[in-house]
Ligand binder design. Structure first.
Ligand code: SF4
Ligand code: SF4
Length: 372
């Protein structure tokens, strides 16, 4: 699941009065800080604030309770986060790496980790660059600011679209015409009055590739004449099950997970705008773990999990959840070589691990019995 709640960066900094800095200077400085995309928009709430409220009301957020309540109110208007905010500097960092792509890959004894989690946790990389950008801006002007990276309650894709970085595709990702959708986003809310960029036009056209490719039909039509024509029902999404959901994965969904042990890239892998996406030069995003062997993952201890994914987004799934995902992938492989490991894991104290190991054993031994 992309987009989470929570702050990343402490309280707003208060500095003296505003002074003039123009948008071109800001974007040039952003490029100097090695951002691939930079654009400016106002701090006014985007139209998507209304769509987001409807999305929550439909129940599409599943059990992601942190998206509701006070956090939803904060998300509706960034000026609740920084009352002096006049502009939002939207930034993008490419993380695309060379193949494999999930739709052109198969190895029954390995698990798939989502592309964004192959390297070092991007929050650290983005934040360091954004702090450097603020430092450079402060050398030229005084202003108030707040850095937001993913975990802040900000409708970041909506601001990025309005700042001209790209459009929100039917797969719900932000897509840039030149570099595709493998992009990390961040925002600097600022009291600076900056000339806004033009919003990026919607360029999906009549394409439906992501909708057709989604193995769980998680991209659902909104049925509305205005606003987005498709929405993500997280309750049906592999990314949600493998990253956000705590406890057992609904049994009738497990088969659809295939080899995914953390996240899912299918609706981006099939997007034509990613066919010629350039590859990042950022060393932090060089893959450390992409398709690890399932047997090795199933045998790691909690301590080894913490060490292995110390600075990786994978740690969000937590040990029990990650092991649960690995067990489902083992069951889906149908490979009898996993039986001894599964028998051992079926003796674990953790009831979620135990139950998923038993399910995987049954799926390998009696595939027809557990097929939905
Ligand atoms: S393709 Fe994967 S990530 Fe995309 S909506 Fe479907 S299940 Fe979710
Ligand atoms: S696959 Fe097609 S419909 Fe889906 S996001 Fe990409 S261009 Fe849009």
């Amino acid at each position: 699941m992309r987009g989470r709640g929570g702050w990343y960066g402490g309280r707003p900094r208060i500095e003296g009065s505003m002074s003039a800095l123009d948008s071109v200077q800001v974007k040039n400085l952003a490029r100097g800080c090695a951002f691939d995309l930079a654009g400016i928009t106002t701090a006014e709430p985007p139209d998507e604030a209304g769509y987001f409220a409807e999305w929550l009301a439909e129940g599409y957020a599943g059990e992601m309770g942190y998206l509701y309540g006070r956090r939803a109110e904060l998300r509706a208007d960034v000026r609740t986060l920084l009352p002096s905010a006049r502009s939002v500097i939207c930034l993008g960092l490419l993380y695309n790496t060379p193949p494999p792509y999930s739709t052109r890959w198969s190895a029954e004894d390995r698990g798939w980790i989502s592309r964004y989690a192959w390297g070092t946790d991007y929050h650290e990389v983005m934040r360091a660059r954004m702090e450097e950008l603020v430092r450079r801006l402060r050398a030229l002007a005084t202003f108030e600011w707040k850095i937001c990276v993913d975990t802040s309650p900000v409708l970041e894709r909506a601001f990025a679209q309005r700042a001209g970085l790209g459009w929100i595709g039917r797969n719900t990702c932000l897509i840039n015409q030149q570099i595709g959708s493998w992009i990390f986003l961040g925002e600097i809310l600022t009291s600076l009055e900056l000339e806004p960029d033009s919003p990026a036009p919607f360029r999906c056209g009549v394409c439906r590739a992501c909708i057709d490719a989604c193995p769980t039909q998680a991209l659902v039509p909104t049925g509305k004449d205005e606003g987005p024509d498709y929405a993500l029902d997280s309750r049906l999404c592999i990314s949600y099950w493998t990253i956000e959901l705590r406890g057992p994965i609904p049994e009738q969904r497990r088969e659809q997970m295939g080899p995914h042990v953390f996240g899912c890239d299918i609706c981006q892998d099939v997007c034509p705008w990613n066919r010629r996406a350039p590859v990042t030069a950022e060393p932090a995003f060089v893959p450390r773990a992409a398709t690890p062997p399932l047997e090795a993952l199933a045998s790691i201890t909690e301590e080894e999990f913490r060490e292995m994914f110390r600075s990786s987004p994978v740690r969000r799934a937590r040990y029990s959840g990650f092991l649960r995902n690995v067990l489902v992938a083992m069951g889906n492989s149908g490979d009898a070589k996993f039986v001894p490991a599964l028998e051992t894991l079926s003796q674990r104290d953790d009831p979620v691990v135990r139950e998923h190991a038993l399910w995987a054993l049954q799926r390998i031994r009696l595939p027809q019995a557990v097929a939905s």
